[in-house]
Design a protein around this ligand. Structure first.
Ligand code: MG
Length: 388
């Protein structure tokens, strides 16, 4: 990550921002952030997956130069981009210096690569981009002078703790995990959890895919892989600790034993704003003043790896490298969709992902085409297993 002058003086024109996934949880938070920073930033391109009405309302409010809808819809106005290519059009829009990628899943990868190839800053909420093709994405950023700045709260915390430090000074990263809705449940009850149970996240309001990933702890596995690629830290120096209050967003331990943490109430607006202004800070984040007494207490617990098998499966896939992380991610995306549709039990998610990783263990991940083929093969494998 290279520092860049993304914070403009108020006399300069506002910096153009593209938001991919503007009607989702991160996208709507990002527009709230931009509404408070009108002197500095302006949305110039907005895309949604399929929510025509919500996108139309945003377009009427913000009048972006470009709007796009991934899923074709009869109600979409004639001037909008339509289909998956609209993500590329928004990401490469000449008016956009920063691209907030808040697409769900591996579908966000081509837009990240396209923006980085043009030397843009990508504020990355689409962690699957780095899970599927981390080495290729970071190399593309390096070669073309693009920047990857995390929006994910844990990685934003680590970035803030690392400010000004050298890589050799870092001993260990410790990602915090809320533990999800099943943190205190016994294993047999977790295995039979319903969709309603799994969508009841204790601390974060998010879209359904990431909420299920938080219940299985697959999300934390994706975040460990994301941290490995973003910060260049080996897997044996990235740990996870359960922290139910979600106040400390992660820790960095340095070689002298000193530990820095970044903390705040659970809100994505601060990490979104920091991804825009990094390495600077600006006022008006919307975050209320910090009150440590009101927090009550902070607690920490060991992760129950044996009861949440997706965490170990994902971290092991990351360590194995090659196509394994792409297979883990794609199998998980499809398994979660089947769980949400009532076609798979909660325990079935890990069973199907584990089977896909075994079945596709020999698949090559050397090139981007290899990784995309592995992604497709994993989706096909899980669909066939579930009988779709
Ligand atoms: Mg996170």
């Amino acid at each position: 990550m290279m520092p860049a002058a993304n914070v403009r003086a108020t006399t300069a024109p506002p910096v153009g921002v593209a938001i991919l996934g503007s009607t989702g949880s991160i996208g709507t938070s990002a527009l709230r952030v931009l509404a408070r920073q009108r002197d500095r930033y302006v949305p110039v391109a907005l895309t949604a997956n399929g929510n025509v009405a919500a996108l139309a309302e945003q377009v009427a409010t913000w009048l972006p130069a470009f709007a796009g809808l991934v899923q074709p819809h009869a109600d979409a106005p004639a001037g909008w981009g339509v289909g998956a290519d609209c993500l590329i059009a928004a990401a490469t829009h000449p008016d956009a210096a920063i691209v907030i990628n808040a697409v769900v899943g591996a579908a966000g990868l081509p837009a990240t690569l396209a923006a980085l190839r043009m030397g843009k800053r990508v504020a990355l909420a689409n962690k699957e981009t780095l899970v599927v093709a981390g080495a290729i994405v970071t190399e593309t950023a390096r070669r073309h002078g693009g920047e990857l700045v995390p929006v994910d709260s844990e990685h934003s915390a680590i970035l803030q703790c690392l400010a000004g430090r050298q890589p050799h000074e870092v001993r260990r990263l410790v990602l915090t995990a809320s533990g999800g809705p099943f943190r205190t449940w016994p294993a047999d009850r977790i295995a039979a959890a319903t969709v309603t149970d799994a969508l009841r996240h204790p601390t974060w309001q998010m879209g359904s895919k990431i909420t299920i990933d938080s219940a299985t702890l697959a999300n934390k596995a994706l975040e460990v892989i994301e941290a490995h690629h973003l910060f260049g830290v080996p897997y044996d120096r990235i740990d996870v600790v359960v922290h139910p209050q979600s106040i400390i967003h992660s820790f960095v331990e340095f070689i002298d034993g000193s530990v820095l943490a970044q903390m705040g109430i659970p809100s994505m607006e601060l990490p979104i704003l920091y991804a825009l202004t990094y390495p600077e800070r600006v006022a008006d984040s919307g975050v209320p003043s910090f009150d440590p007494v009101a927090l009550g207490g902070l607690s920490f617990e060991t992760v129950r790896y044996e009861d949440f098998p997706m965490l170990r499966l994902g971290i092991d896939a990351g360590r194995r490298g090659g196509a394994a992380p792409a297979v883990f991610n794609a199998a998980n995306e499809v398994a979660v969709a089947h769980f949400l549709a009532g076609r798979l039990s909660f325990a079935g998610i890990a069973e199907r992902v584990s089977a896909a990783l075994t079945e596709l263990a020999g698949v090559s991940g050397a090139s981007l085409d290899d990784l995309l083929r592995a992604d497709t093969a994993a989706r096909d494998h899980v669909n066939a297993q579930v009988g779709c």
